[in-house]
Ligand binder design. Structure first.
Ligand code: SF4
Ligand code: SF4
Length: 247
């Protein structure tokens, strides 16, 4: 017992002070893109052609964060002339159109549904559904339960049964095989319920976009309330989106 207490005292508190204090991410993290709107059209076209996700509109220079995997190719090709990825991990959006950006971003908190804040602001239970994800989105969601992030201190938990949940958190491109299971899980959640699309796979199909084996766009099956882009979304991106939308 004494050993345990000594160990605890030596280790101290490992939980992050975020969101009360800012948190620094590693240098190579790619967050919100800063887009140069006066970039030469030819350079934008080259980046659009090279983008493996067809996420860049060659004419307007807008980037669809619901498709982008944050691979960094456009920043590399344009040497930062067209786009630079910032360290800002705040990427969540309440509307699909807000993910298509020219470098300006809508305020997620301002578009959050007030009745959800009222209902789930103090306690939110989510059922995670991996609809054919590659396991990275799932692993980075799981990280939120570690002592560093300690998600449950915000009253947010992942639960085993959809009947105990207030909504579903969906990852993966929704393979045809997973469609029925996803819809059954959604039906089992009592109303009112929330639907969260996490990762570019569940928003647009991600790297599997165009495959006949997937549904791709969760919004075509269920009404999505919150979009969390990334491939996978950083745990802080998920935490930030959940806090802004529900708190
Ligand atoms: S970072 Fe996004 S927009 Fe840029 S090339 Fe990669 S997928 Fe396309
Ligand atoms: S969004 Fe990326 S990390 Fe997440 S399931 Fe799809 S491929 Fe994997």
């Amino acid at each position: 017992m004494l050993k345990i207490i000594k160990n605890k005292l030596e280790q101290g508190c490992k939980t992050s002070a975020y969101p009360k204090q800012p948190i620094a991410l590693y240098e190579r993290f790619r967050g919100r893109p800063e887009i140069n709107r006066s970039c030469a059209g030819e350079l934008v076209r080259q980046c659009a052609e090279a983008c493996p996700q067809d996420a860049i509109d060659a004419v307007s220079g807008r980037i669809d964060l619901g498709r982008c995997t944050f691979c960094g190719l456009c920043e590399f090709l344009s040497k930062g002339e067209f786009v630079r990825f910032s360290q800002d991990f705040s990427l969540g959006a309440a509307r699909r159109e807000d993910l298509i950006t020219d470098g300006t971003y809508a305020d997620l908190a301002a578009h959050a549904k007030q009745h959800f804040k009222k209902l789930f602001g103090r306690s939110l239970q989510l059922r995670q559904v991996s609809a054919a994800g590659c396991n990275s989105c799932e692993a980075d969601t799981n990280v939120l339960n570690t002592p560093f992030f300690d998600l449950s201190r915000f009253g947010i938990d992942f639960v085993a049964s959809p009947r105990h949940a207030d909504g579903i958190h969906v990852t993966g491109p929704i393979s045809r095989n997973m469609k029925a299971a996803l819809l059954t899980t959604y039906e089992a959640v009592p109303s009112p319920k929330v639907v969260i699309a996490s990762g570019c796979c569940s928003i647009s199909g991600g790297p599997f976009h165009g495959s006949d084996e997937i549904i791709g766009d969760l919004n075509s099956l269920l009404p999505v309330d919150l979009y969390i882009p990334g491939c996978p979304p950083h745990p802080l991106t998920t935490l930030d989106a959940l806090l802004k939308f529900f708190k």
